[in-house]
Design a protein around this ligand. Structure first.
Ligand code: PEP
Length: 252
């Protein structure tokens, strides 16, 4: 039985004051929601704060990106060990907001998935098609290409160290979430692809849906058999709304 997982992707938002209110609200608000797991991915400068506030709680935290290198002349980058030094358990890899700006490619995401797991981090690997690709019926082809880039790098069993997230680009930040049926179909397809390679892993790996998840649609999404939780952007900026999504995961 896979536990539901809800991940807040706070993107480039927040400040010391609003983060504090959110993180403390989360600790208090998720007490009693012990059936699911919760993670907060904050901008790198706030990892110290996240660690200080969350360290004795059941809520984990992570970075939103990571270099494939451990140190060196990579101005502006953050290494896996730096994330680990600040207590990160997770790191988002291959978010479409980075892929679209050319910072992440299939090759670089595969490489960094491997580097992250070897360093002891759990990558949250994002896949998803653009609106044009969706309209052309290319969802399966695009997501499999993105997933295979990782499998090619680390082998299918290497996926076991991470989390997968299907995030259609057209649903991110648009308020137009995929229908639970569409998300379920894609996740079932991705799980089926993994199953061909390793049946046990397919049963155990957590696959999230992301894209305009909110307090209203979360419960229906979480009722789908292959949706193991959510990656949440905009709704993670409102503590009450995010807590409602956590409650839906707990009750699913
Ligand atoms: C995201 O950026 O990962 C995301 C899912 O954003 P939103 O929830 O705002 O669509």
């Amino acid at each position: 039985m896979r536990r539901k997982l809800v991940v807040a992707n706070r993107k480039m938002n927040g400040n010391l004051q609003t983060n504090k209110a959110f993180l403390e609200g989360l600790i208090t608000g998720t007490r009693g929601y012990s059936n699911a797991d919760y993670v907060v991915c904050v901008p790198h400068p706030y990892l110290f704060q996240a660690q200080a506030i969350l360290k004795d709680s059941s809520i984990a935290w992570g970075g939103q990106n990571m270099s494939r290198y451990q140190s060196g002349a990579y101005t502006g980058s953050v290494s896996p060990n730096m994330l680990i030094e600040f207590g990160c358990e997770y790191v988002i890899i291959g978010h479409s907001e980075r892929r679209q700006r050319g910072f992440d490619t299939d090759l670089s995401t595969g490489e960094r998935f491997e580097v992250a797991t070897k360093a002891g981090l759990k990558p949250i690997f994002c896949m998803g098609e653009t609106l044009a690709e969706y309209e052309e019926g290319l969802t399966d082809i695009v997501t499999i290409r993105q997933l295979n880039a990782v499998i090619h790098e680390i082998g299918v069993l290497g996926l076991s160290g991470g989390i997968l997230a299907y995030e259609p680009v057209w649903a991110i930040g648009t308020g137009k979430a995929a229908t639970p049926e569409h998300a379920q179909n894609v996740l079932s397809f991705l799980r089926g692809h993994i199953e061909i390679l390793d049946a046990e892993l397919a049963q155990n790996i957590r696959i999230l849906y992301g894209g305009s998840v909110n307090a209203t649609n979360a419960a229906k999404l979480f009722s789908m058999p292959d949706i193991d939780g959510a990656l949440v952007g905009g709704a993670s900026l409102n503590t009450d709304e995010f807590l409602a999504i956590c409650r839906a995961a707990n009750n699913a």
